[in-house]
Design a protein around this ligand. Structure first.
Ligand SMILES: CCCCCCCC/C=C\CCCCCCCC(=O)SCCNC(=O)CCNC(=O)[C@H](O)C(C)(C)COP(=O)(O)O
Ligand SMILES: Nc1ncnc2c1ncn2[C@@H]1O[C@H](COP(=O)(O)O)[C@@H](OP(=O)(O)O)[C@H]1O
Length: 345
């Protein structure tokens, strides 16, 4: 069976083509994909990454505008202390304005498990991670990046040597657990036990009120979805030769080069010709794409129905901080890069 015409060529073919071009201009191979000669700064996301990142504030902005303009949403009662609309099914402006909606309960509230599962499926099953002498090392580095991003999720939402960062921020900004403060005794100033986490407050029947409550949903959905975009996007695009741009890295001697210089030579897709996006993604990548799509949808729902705009903005900023440390910092700190690597390299 004849294979369809290939758009992209293997490294050896590309190098042969270039040599031929240089030597006698007699090659019949098509030119390699257009490479942007302009070097991207290693200190900031590449133009494609920036375009994708811009979608997050755009979603938040769109949600804020929608909630201001939609007659159903404006008409529905809103509890400013709980930062949510009325939860009664007959009063809520939409199914998605309810905290008990199935997408929230089964997806976001178990969000890190879904993100971890999609990432794991991709790293274990995708052909880009199979073969080549350094398969184990690439998987271990991907695992290290997962630990770093997961560590940030743990510190921000679950536990940070005590209460998580969200709960610490809430209390630093003047928030407290109302009602329960008067009822619960133990350690703390004057012997009164302070309820220091949102979870403990809820468990004791109190309400967590008054401070700045960084949106945990915005944080988790942005961190998790862009983690998957980075881990699947660069790896699959490099493997299928869809790369039109390159990340730049600072080398040990201070020189700035395309990240490809550190890529170890290994088999890339070349037998099947041009692959569709679905073929390129494989099972794990498709799962990751589905999880990322759901994250985007739930982010939009949070943007429309929950929290103040400032709490959503801080959720976004805290997520971006973790992503910067995991994916951009290693581009200009070679020692860090040697530990966490770069996806696809
Ligand atoms: C250099 C960094 C070093 C880091 C060192 C720390 C390493 C920590 C690494 C691992 C710790 C182990 C934890 C691994 C768990 C991974 C498996 C899971 O997925 S856990 C189970 C799933 N649970 C969730 O997904 C919960 C998701 N929900 C939330 O985070 C919150 O509900 C919310 C943020 C979405 C909202 O909070 P709410 O209070 O408003 O409901
Ligand atoms: N997209 C969404 N769908 C349903 N509930 C959401 C939501 N976004 C936020 N919430 C709810 O709004 C509250 C604040 O969310 P967060 O601080 O994580 O952004 C949480 O309530 P509960 O803690 O009562 O479940 C959360 O479940």
């Amino acid at each position: 069976m004849s294979s369809p015409t290939r758009r992209y060529k293997s490294p050896s073919e590309l190098s042969r083509a270039n040599n031929n071009n240089n030597n006698n201009n007699t090659t019949h191979l098509p030119p390699p994909p257009p490479q942007n000669n302009h070097r991207n700064t290693p200190y900031l996301p590449t133009p494609t990454e920036l375009a994708l990142l811009t979608l997050y504030p755009t979603l938040l902005l769109f949600g804020a505008l929608f909630s201001l303009l939609s007659p159903e949403t404006r008409a529905a009662p809103y509890d400013t202390l709980r930062q949510a609309h009325a939860q009664d099914p007959s009063l809520a402006p939409s199914y998605f304005a309810r905290k008990d909606n199935l997408f929230n309960v089964l997806f976001v509230k178990r969000g890190w498990a879904w993100i971890t599962a999609a990432f794991g499926a991709f790293v274990l099953a995708h052909p880009a991670y199979r073969g080549g002498g350094n398969q184990t090392r690439r998987r271990v580095r991907a695992g290290v990046r997962w630990v770093v991003v997961t560590g940030w999720w743990v510190f921000v939402t679950q536990w940070c040597f005590g209460p998580p960062i969200i709960d610490r921020g809430f209390r630093w900004s003047g928030g407290k657990c109302e009602v329960v403060e008067e009822m619960v005794f133990g350690f703390g100033e004057g012997g009164v036990k302070e309820v220091v986490t949102a979870a403990a407050c809820k468990a004791s029947g109190g309400s967590w009120r008054g401070g700045h409550d960084i949106s945990g949903h915005v944080f988790l959905l942005v961190l998790g979805s862009f983690f998957l975009v980075q881990e699947v996007g660069w790896v699959a695009a490099r493997w299928a030769r869809y790369l039109g741009e390159e990340r730049c890295v600072v080398m040990h001697d201070g020189a700035v080069k395309g990240a490809g210089v550190e890529a170890e030579r290994r088999e890339q897709q070349e037998e099947a010709g041009v692959l569709t996006v679905l073929e390129t993604l494989g099972f794990g990548g498709r799962l990751a794409a589905a999880v990322t799509g759901l994250c985007a949808w739930m982010l939009l729902m949070t943007a429309i129905y929950f929290h103040t705009w400032f709490e959503k903005l801080t959720g976004l900023v805290v997520a971006l901080a973790g992503l910067y440390v995991t994916y951009i910092l290693p581009r200009w700190i070679p020692a860090l890069r040697s530990i966490v690597g770069l996806p696809g390299i």
